[in-house]
Design a protein around this ligand. Structure first.
Ligand code: ATP
Length: 234
């Protein structure tokens, strides 16, 4: 589904990612692990087209490398960004409607909004309330739902558990596991290594802008060396 070869990402003169390759198969949940500054968010930004990058990014064989941000969304990439970035002055419902903005069938968009309100009744109860008045966990659910409103082929999730209480973190992981079970293709960035590995098919450990290790939950989790690294990440 997503195939990245030799990706280099720069922020002005600073190269943050030094030629990584990674793949996400259709229906897989793949996790990018790594300490702060490893280059995880830079990788996500490059896939979305908002960071300066070289290398090749293909979605279902389609070369996206020189495609605009808008066209990448049209072709099926959606992101729930780090820090959630919901529109705090707009209502919960308006946030979801913006997520579905690229779809022509507005009736189907409304149906999906109503379905999300059934899935998360708390969002339904607060549909007319400004998004900024939601709790952190509610905002995270809204950010994920908003991303899914575009009916993407792949969902990019950048640190969805960041700053949330353990009980809420568990709910976020439950939602991701459910999305995966429903067949969604997911690239997840996480610092909660153990929980992320548990719901993932494959993992890449980034360090200093390079892939330091990769494998499945079993192969990575089974390596003592790796677990020492992962323990440091939570
Ligand atoms: P975190 O978990 O802290 O977000 P990360 O693995 O996502 O870490 P990045 O945010 O991709 O890492 O950062 C990788 C490197 O790029 C870091 O050295 C960071 O300081 C640098 N960097 C990231 N964004 C910018 C920017 N906009 N301008 C300059 N340097 C940046």
């Amino acid at each position: 589904m997503l195939d990245i070869q030799n990706l280099r990402v720069s922020h002005g003169p600073i190269e943050a990612v030094h030629g990584i390759s990674l793949q996400v198969g259709a229906g897989q949940c793949v996790v990018l692990l790594g300490p702060n500054g490893a280059g995880k968010t830079s990788t996500i930004s490059a896939i979305c087209g908002v960071a300066q990058a070289t290398g090749v990014i293909r979605l279902e064989g389609d070369d996206l490398t020189r495609v605009s941000v808008e066209d990448r969304i049209q072709r099926g990439i959606a992101v729930s960004p780090e820090g959630r970035r919901i529109f705090s002055n707009l209502s919960v419902e308006a946030n979801l409607r913006i997520g579905g903005g690229i779809r022509a069938n507005k009736g189907a968009v409304q149906d999906d909004i109503d379905r999300w309100f059934e899935t998360f009744p708390i969002l339904g109860e607060r549909r007319n309330q400004p998004g900024g008045t939601l709790s952190g966990g509610e905002q995270q659910m809204l950010a994920i739902a908003r991303a899914l409103m575009s009916k993407p082929k792949i969902l990019l999730l950048d640190e969805p558990s960041l700053g949330l209480a353990p009980r809420i973190v568990a709910q976020v992981f439950e939602l991701i596991a459910q999305l995966r079970a429903d067949g969604m293709t997911i690239l997840l960035v996480e610092q909660n290594a153990r929980q992320a590995l548990r719901i993932s098919d494959y993992a890449y450990l980034l360090n200093n802008g390079q892939v330091q290790a990769e494998g499945t939950n079993e192969t990575l989790g089974g390596s003592e060396n790796m677990m020492a690294n992962l323990t440091g990440l939570g």
